[in-house]
Design a protein around this ligand. Structure first.
Ligand code: CP
Ligand code: NVA
Length: 316
């Protein structure tokens, strides 16, 4: 069913494509939608809607959460990869966008450069969701913030510590910190630091970089990390293994955080590299809730992009 609303199409290419108020709205809807799911109450507001998912990189959580989420909301899904579509045979992304978006209501893309998804969205007649690019992973941070709030009520004023490189996750966390009013501590070895050019417009009080990962964890409410090598950077694997050897979230690092600090990891994880088994499988870890919450947060996101605000509120 083609979108009939006269309101402009909203894309979700970066977390800050939503205002703080919209983000709060989506997080609230995620809790309501999760509650329905847990109580087996059918909720199918996307009946007859079609989501196309385009994967140019591997995925487990993103695929399953979008696919299950769309079916649960009454819609259907089409799954494409580079290799089984004409994208793998050099069809321009603009043409692909024009064609796919005439046939479906919503598109989710996981790809390499952010410019690819921006190009796609420019030619798309329907909303486009970023399912991970080299630059950002907004759906994951939506779920992570939702998970934090679920466990600790509010993230405002808290300290989130990132142990790992300046990657798609860390830059998206910084956008979340700026939008939702928390502080982001960052620690990575030399050579893997944040790029100031990518932080334009972010107030400097929002984030702080630390050379020492233990210091970055001091007083943290949440400690989070990610694989040392993100998808697409595999040739750097050996160099990164050496550089990040002291940037493993283990019991020693966690002991520097607040006693009730949570641990998160977007997964997949490598125990013994970026995180110890004791931490990821320990009592402070909420990684399985975090993974499950991809489902609920993205259902709320898809509902918002296709149906707008259901509570009559507006962004002011
Ligand atoms: N966290 C995440 O996006 O997982 P997948 O790569 O399995 O989708
Ligand atoms: N930073 C990781 C996240 C995987 C979900 C990557 O891009 O591979």
């Amino acid at each position: 069913m083609e979108q009939t609303t006269a309101t402009p199409i909203r894309h979700f290419l970066r977390l800050d494509d939503l205002s703080a108020s919209e983000l709060h709205y989506v997080l609230k809807r995620a809790a309501i939608i999760k509650d329905k799911f847990k109580r087996y109450i059918p909720y199918r507001p996307l009946h007859d809607r079609t989501l196309a998912m385009v994967f140019e990189k591997a995925s487990t959580r993103t695929r399953v959460s979008f696919e299950a989420g769309m079916y649960q909301m009454g819609g259907v899904v089409i799954h494409l990869t580079t290799n089984d579509s004409q994208l793998g045979r050099s069809e321009p992304i603009e043409d692909t966008a024009r064609v796919i978006s005439r046939m479906v209501d919503l598109v989710m893309i996981r790809t390499f450069g952010q410019e690819r998804i921006e190009q796609f969205s420019e030619y798309s007649r329907v909303p486009v969701i970023n399912g991970l690019t080299n630059e950002f992973h907004p759906c994951q941070i939506l779920a992570d913030v939702f998970t934090y709030i679920e466990h600790r009520q509010s993230i405002q004023g808290k300290v989130v510590t990132w142990i790992g490189d300046a990657n798609n996750m860390s830059y998206t966390w910084i956008q979340a910190a700026a939008l939702l009013g928390f502080t982001f501590h960052f620690s990575a070895p030399p050579g893997y630091q944040l790029d100031p050019a990518r932080l334009e417009g972010i107030p400097s009080h929002v984030y702080k970089s630390f050379d020492d990962p233990a210091q970055a964890c001091e007083g943290a409410d949440l400690v989070t990390t990610d694989v040392w090598t993100s998808m697409g950077y595999e040739e750097e694997n050996e160099a990164r293994r050496k550089a990040f050897a002291n940037w493993c979230v283990d019991e020693r690092l966690m002991s520097r955080a607040k006693p009730d600090a949570l641990f998160m990891h977007c997964l997949p994880a490598h125990r013994g590299e970026e995180v110890s088994a004791g931490v990821i499988d320990g009592p402070q870890s909420v990684v399985w809730d975090e993974a499950e919450n991809r489902l609920h947060a993205q259902k709320a996101l898809m509902e918002f992009l296709l149906l707008g605000r259901l509570d009559g509120s507006s962004d002011d």
